[in-house]
Design a protein around this ligand. Structure first.
Ligand code: BTN
Length: 245
């Protein structure tokens, strides 16, 4: 893994995506920064972080994955972060599809941008924002938490960035040829709210339903079974967990 350290940048994801497109980056590379002034979150969200407090990085990988199993990129990333944090004594949950949660609060977020060629993912930019040493967050952020909030300790961002980057690369290589059915249970067991009956708002269904997560598909779709027995298969835009911030 090659590492690029930047003092300040708009977004580490944008930085890598542009250089992948221009052909400047052709091998596994992690870019990390001390300050990000236009951090991208999932959907229309932004990612905010105080300077020099948190881990802000993106990993470019060239592991080829069949597009029908595109969720392997996400699964490898969230599981690698889960395992890295576990080694540090912090047991987290993964909030589908790939938020890192602790005690119902968001400790980290992941933004994956894949480049496809036909039915193969040719490269992935895996952006990770992990709250390490920031103690106070803007009021408008729904439910943030940092490792410092949890343990009172300070953490070395570089150690997290290199450790997680290596583990993500290794994990994706390990699982790329493993049938998805053999991976899903490990992931499901680490999911926030797995097996619990929760309230959901599902696109196309008028009322909120109560139901529980029962499966995840290789595409990344989640399967929620309503208490009525009905199975709903949804992507990220089609479902929302109620009671969630
Ligand atoms: C989310 O919305 O939960 C995903 C957040 C991802 C944020 C990280 S910070 C480093 C990298 N660069 C970005 O612009 N975004 C990701």
């Amino acid at each position: 893994m090659k590492y690029i350290e930047l003092n300040e940048i708009d977004s580490t994801n944008a930085y890598l995506s542009e250089r992948l497109l221009s052909g400047e980056i052709t091998e596994p590379t992690t870019v990390f920064t001390h300050s990000q002034n236009k951090g991208k979150g999932m959907g229309q969200n932004i990612w905010v972080s105080d300077n020099d407090k948190n881990a802000l990085f993106s990993i470019a990988l060239f592991t080829e994955i069949k597009t029908e199993e595109i969720f392997k990129v996400s699964l490898a990333t969230s599981m690698a972060i889960y395992e890295f944090l576990k080694l540090k004594g912090i047991t987290t949950k993964i909030k589908w599809p790939n938020d890192i949660y602790y005690d119902g609060k968001k400790l980290g977020g992941i933004l994956i941008e894949n480049k496809l060629d036909g039915n193969v993912v040719k490269s992935s930019v895996i952006g990770v924002g992990l709250n390490l040493n920031q103690e106070k967050f803007p009021k408008w952020l729904p439910n943030p938490i940092s490792l410092k909030n949890i343990t009172g300790q300070d953490y070395d961002a570089k150690e997290f960035i290199t450790g997680i980057s290596e583990m993500v690369e290794k994990k994706l290589n390990e699982i790329k040829d493993v049938p998805f059915v053999d991976l899903r249970l490990d992931y499901l067991l680490n999911l926030y709210c797995f097996g619990k009956i929760m309230m959901w708002k599902i696109q196309g269904i008028k009322d909120e339903i109560s139901g529980s997560i029962v499966d995840v598909k290789p595409s990344g779709k989640i399967v929620v079974q309503a208490v009525s027995g009905q199975l709903c298969e949804c992507d990220i835009k089609e479902i929302k967990l109620i009671d969630d911030f």
